[in-house]
Design a protein. Structure first.
Length: 373
């Protein structure tokens, strides 16, 4: 590496560290930045000027003084850029727009049965474009669209194989061919795991168990997604829970998915998972029996994950969003199965409750952009 390149790298690294510190702190002064990053005040001032010129950082009042002149507070511009997140399921599409903090600023969910034809791709583009225009989001500030799919992506993210969608070997780009944005694709449960990481309330290493209409998961090691040798890590839905048991949509018998997918519950309430929980909590006997059975299988699955990974297991997906009231029950059932300690406190409930797969897919663009600052 020559001297000029190396000094450019140092400059860029400083700017990036300064941006991330401002983003993390909410409000911070230049002097605090200099002190915390061990960078000179003129360097901080120059970088802050650059970030302000780029519209990424702004001044936001003064900080309380500890004596002397009050320091100017710097804050990140939340809506400097946004990204679209799309979660494609067999029968629906969910679309969100998230800002630089990962906060959802616009959302839509529509029935849209998946198909590989151009009518589907056109409708998808229309749903996204309408959401963007209706919510008044600056189109030029949109970094791109992230698309979460219930399937296995090849390592380049170009093709998807799926048991859930009629899309085996389908070119991802064909799905988004009428969208005006650069698109990236990812597995839906992996995206949800990333969204959980972004809440800032998860540990650095955890297993995310996504309990939606199919069961999937994500392995987050040291804040990075572990994809495995062939992009299939975290496919917890197809671990065998009951040998020779109920039929799974993958063709095997006894998979976790056959016992823990959210449809087993929502189907008892007209396809509405919130209604299922409401009925069950109001004392509906058949809902309570189904929940009791479901929780026993879930506790077994959770204990297996704990034995394999020895880290927190975060319950996510449609069921995870309703799990808070029932967490103690699940923990007790899991603790009874634990070989080492009768303690289920490692089981946690997800913090990203709203469309985690769509949010996580959008965050792929936000993350990439922040890396480039
Ligand atoms: Zn299966």
């Amino acid at each position: 590496m020559n001297g000029a390149a190396s000094s450019m790298d140092v400059k860029k690294e400083n700017r990036n560290r300064i941006y991330r510190l401002i983003a993390r702190n909410g409000l911070i002064s230049k002097a605090d930045i200099a002190r915390r990053l061990h960078v000179s005040l003129p360097t901080v001032a120059q970088n802050v000027r650059d970030l302000m010129t780029g519209g990424l950082v702004r001044e936001n009042g003064n900080l309380e003084s500890t004596g002397g002149r009050k320091a100017v507070a710097l804050t990140r511009v939340k809506n400097a850029r946004t990204a679209v997140g799309i979660d494609i399921t067999r029968l629906h599409v969910a679309v969100v727009v998230v800002d630089m903090e990962g906060e959802v600023v616009a959302r839509a969910r529509k029935p849209l049965p998946f198909a590989t034809n151009s009518a589907y791709a056109r409708t998808l583009a229309r749903v996204v474009n309408r959401l963007v225009s209706d919510s008044g989001i600056e189109k030029n500030g949109i970094l791109g669209a992230g698309v979460a799919l219930p399937g296995i992506l090849d390592p380049d993210g170009r093709k998807v194989d799926s048991y859930v969608l009629p899309a085996d070997g389908h070119e991802c780009a064909a799905i988004t061919r009428y969208l005006d944005y650069p698109c990236v694709f990812c597995n839906d449960a992996n995206a949800a795991g990333l969204a959980e990481l972004w809440t800032g309330q998860s540990p650095d290493t955890f297993v995310y168990l996504s309990l939606s209409n199919s069961v999937g998961g994500a392995v987050i090691l040291d804040r990075k997604l572990y994809s495995g040798g062939s992009e299939r890590a975290g496919e917890f839905g197809h671990l065998t829970l009951v040998r020779g048991g109920d039929r799974c949509y993958c063709g095997k018998r006894g998979c976790i998915d056959a016992y823990c997918n959210a449809g087993l519950l929502s189907d008892l309430a007209g396809g509405n998972i919130a209604a299922f929980f409401q009925n069950m909590e109001l004392g509906d006997r058949s809902a309570q029996a189904a929940w009791n059975r479901y929780l026993d299988y879930l506790a077994t699955a959770v204990n297996d994950l704990r034995m394999a990974f020895d880290c927190d297991v975060i319950i996510g997906g449609y069921v995870g969003a309703h799990m808070a009231k029932h967490l103690d029950d699940l923990r007790q059932r899991a603790a009874k199965l634990d070989t080492f300690l009768p303690d289920g406190s490692y089981v946690k409930v997800c913090r990203c409750l709203f469309e985690p797969s769509a949010v996580g897919a959008a965050l792929l663009h936000i993350e990439r952009f922040i890396d480039s600052i």
